[in-house]
Design a protein around this ligand. Structure first.
Ligand SMILES: [Zn+2]
Length: 443
């Protein structure tokens, strides 16, 4: 019996996938060289000829594309930049990506580009348990033009699901009311919102979320779904499986997704987006071996409007395995941080998401809500890093002191920096909302 996958390519050998991707890469690079002024300039400046790249193994000859280059391209030629490689009239959608500066950047998509996104995303949602014909409650933000919004709705429709496009902005009360009425089999949203809505069910509906009949919760858009305690909480609140997915809004909203084994996210973009793993410092290729870590670099293999080649995602991942009981042959990864978020404390790299993961391990004494206070410019400090941790209600002075000591010791042991730790009562730090939970406060 074959594996339970949407597309047979998910079970191909790495060699067979590479052969197909090499063929498509050559065609895509020829298209990009002809249609993208951005890449013509970039490759000329680097003194490389894209025609010499004949396979994915040759891809390293081309330079990386950095987010900053896209921002420069956008400001040189607003609103869609010099990397727009299709006519404006051929676009059917314009999407936004959030910038670290708060100003959104925009890129275009043709009908064909949306279809390719749908192919990848449909494999991913299928891997996580959604099936054609399922009613799916959509609870990611819909109003800001981000990839988890309308694109995710469309991907679910391409899989053949019946979508309830309510969006996280509607709030837990409305989403829960609709869930009770429509009995969706699946729910997709951010991990924090899944917990928030799951906890609110008793008060809003007078019944536990686990009685609503949701079988699969899919989370993404922010870190958390890969943390065992967060996943366990979502699964017990909803009485459902919880799978995580990860994408990159500049290249494809969904690239990686977990299967029912829930042992890390499979690459789901075979033949459509090529995924490289590189050493973030040297840029050298990192082999896909269990335990390897590196930064994800993506190349669109079939993109018309805003094609990107060797785009540095800044997502740092660990390879958890290269085979799986589900039958998928692609590697499984877990994202442990983004370069953009990384802080350097006395020369030690500190990922805020790693601090959060560690604090979550102290539940129920800590609520899991945590903020790092970056009271210094840039990303680097020589002082002790201020970490605010919310403690559970009704703890005595003795318990509080013990918690502070244990947390400080654990952070020092595991993350190699000694925090300036402050315990705060529940409710002091902002609640997890629809939008990404910001782990770093800049006073
Ligand atoms: Zn699997």
């Amino acid at each position: 019996m074959g594996a339970d996958v949407l597309d047979e390519i998910e079970t191909w050998s790495a060699e067979r996938v590479a052969a197909l991707e090499s063929e498509r890469l050559a065609a895509q690079l020829a298209y990009v060289a002809g249609a993208s002024e951005f890449y013509r300039r970039q490759w000329a400046a680097a003194g490389v000829d894209s025609a010499q790249v004949r396979s994915v193994a040759d891809l390293h000859r081309l330079p990386f594309t950095e987010k900053q280059e896209l921002r420069d391209s956008l400001s040189e030629e607003p609103p869609l930049g010099r990397h727009l490689a299709a006519s404006r009239t051929s676009l059917t959608q314009v999407q936004a990506t959030s910038g670290t500066t708060g100003t959104p950047s925009f890129f275009g998509l043709t009908e064909h580009d949306l279809h390719v996104w749908g192919q990848i995303g449909a494999r991913a949602f299928f891997a996580s348990g959604f099936r054609p014909g399922d009613v799916i409650l959509h609870g990611w933000g819909l109003s800001k033009g981000f990839a988890g919004g309308v694109p995710a709705v469309r991907i679910l429709q391409q899989l053949g699901c019946c979508v309830l496009p309510i969006g996280g902005e509607a709030g837990a009360e409305r989403l829960l009311t609709i869930a009770e009425l429509m009995q969706p089999r699946g729910f997709c949203t951010g991990p924090n919102f899944a917990i928030h809505a799951g906890q609110a069910a008793q008060e809003v509906l007078g019944r536990a979320a686990s009685t609503l009949g949701v079988e699969h919760v899919v989370v993404g858009g922010e870190p958390g779904g890969g943390i065992p305690t967060v996943r366990d909480r979502i699964e017990s609140l909803w009485g459902a499986t919880c799978c995580e997915m990860l994408g990159n809004s500049d290249v494809a909203p969904i690239v990686f997704a977990e299967c029912p084994e829930r042992q890390g996210m499979h690459v789901c973009s075979q033949g459509l987006v090529h995924v490289e793993l590189v050493d973030p410092a040297s840029g050298a290729a990192v082999p896909w071996e269990t335990g390897a870590t590196g930064e994800v670099v993506l190349t669109a293999l079939d993109r018309q409007a805003s094609p990107l080649v060797r785009f540095r995602t800044r997502d740092h991942v660990e390879v958890l395995g290269t085979d799986c009981a589900c039958g998928r042959t692609s590697p499984r990864i877990r994202c442990f941080g983004r370069t953009d978020d990384m802080l350097i404390v006395r020369g030690i790299n500190v990922w805020p998401s790693a601090v959060r993961e560690l604090v979550i391990g102290f539940q129920p004494l800590a609520t899991g809500n945590v903020r790092i206070v970056a009271d210094f410019p840039g990303h680097s400090t020589e002082r002790r890093l201020k970490v605010r941790v919310e403690h559970a209600p009704d703890l005595g002075a003795h318990q509080l002191a013990g918690l502070a000591d244990d947390l400080s010791r654990r952070i020092t042991q595991v993350l190699a920096f000694r925090p300036d730790l402050e315990l705060v009562p529940p409710g002091v730090l902002p609640e997890a909302g629809v939008n990404k939970t910001m782990l770093v406060d800049r006073p």
